[in-house]
Design a binder for this molecule. Structure first.
Ligand code: AR6
Length: 168
């Protein structure tokens, strides 16, 4: 996709007015802390847990969708990033696959605006500068009908990494 369709903001992903927000989930889609916890609270934990249970888990690098329930977003796209093991365990390929699969799913759902958190850069330990590079490189290399990709940084340092990966 074209660079002009990608923007970087500082904020809370649950507050974004977009059609789909991406969740940094785990293989069991069982909920957790970080972005996952915030999204469950904002969507309504009970309904979202029940919807996730029906999906039967999600492989690392893959993505699955649920409704957004009480969120402003119509959809939540749950993706599972890799745990960082030093970089030689295919982490970059798996992280790239998360961004690609989320865009594919957004196309399937007809979502034209998608907000991404910095997948894998919290509990999963992916170095933030490297993760931002993978995110931007993959988005630029992927064709999609999504018109707006918003990369949402939760803190200033990640905001700078994402801005610099995007070249601005
Ligand atoms: N909005 C935007 N970004 C956020 C928010 C928020 N409300 N809260 C945290 N971040 P993490 P992971 C940033 O740990 O590394 C969960 O328990 C945070 O600063 O949420 O992929 C899951 O269930 C960081 O940069 O996700 C899994 O078990 C980024 O979001 C596991 O954590 C990702 O941090 C997934 O770990």
């Amino acid at each position: 996709m074209d660079r002009s369709r990608i923007e970087v903001v500082l904020g809370d992903i649950t507050a974004q007015q977009v059609e789909a927000i991406v969740n940094a989930a785990n293989n069991a889609l069982a909920g957790g802390g970080g972005v996952d916890g915030a999204i469950h609270r904002a969507a309504g934990a009970e309904l979202l847990h029940a919807a996730c249970r029906e999906l039967g888990g999600c492989a690392t690098g893959d993505a699955k969708a649920t409704p957004g329930f009480a969120l402003g977003a119509e959809w939540i796209i749950h993706t599972v990033g890799p745990v960082w093991h030093g970089g030689s365990k295919g982490e970059a390929g798996l992280l790239a696959s998360c961004y690609r699969r989320c865009l594919e799913l957004a196309d399937d759902l007809g979502a034209r605006s998608v907000a991404f958190p910095a997948i894998s850069t919290g509990v999963y330990g992916y170095p933030r500068d490297l993760a931002a590079e993978v995110a931007v490189t993959t988005l630029l290399a992927t064709d999609s009908r999504v018109e707006l990709v918003r990369l949402v940084a939760f803190d200033q340092a990640n905001f700078e990494h994402m801005k610099s990966a995007l070249g601005g």
